[in-house]
Design a protein. Structure first.
Length: 77
């Protein structure tokens, strides 16, 4: 079993609550969860299924070489 490491982005849903999760290195790999913990668990499952599908179809599995970083900055304008 291979091990992979991916960055996930958690997008808070201010209207409905919970989080939508995207995986930048895996196009179309999107999931959601009601809590932060659930969103992370769902992301792990989604990534695992995404990779299994690629392997079953004989496609290469993308590997994330550099991890994107996000920071919040304040700007007075």
């Amino acid at each position: 079993m291979s091990k992979y490491e991916y960055t996930i982005i958690l997008h808070p849903d201010t209207g409905e609550g919970g989080y939508t999760v995207t995986v930048p290195a895996l196009p179309g790999c999107v999931t959601q969860g009601e809590t932060l913990e659930e969103a992370i668990a769902m992301a792990k499952d989604a990534i695992r299924l995404y990779i299994e599908t690629l392997v079953d179809e004989g496609e290469p599995v993308p590997e994330e070489q550099e991890h994107p970083q996000a920071i919040v900055i304040n700007i007075a304008a």
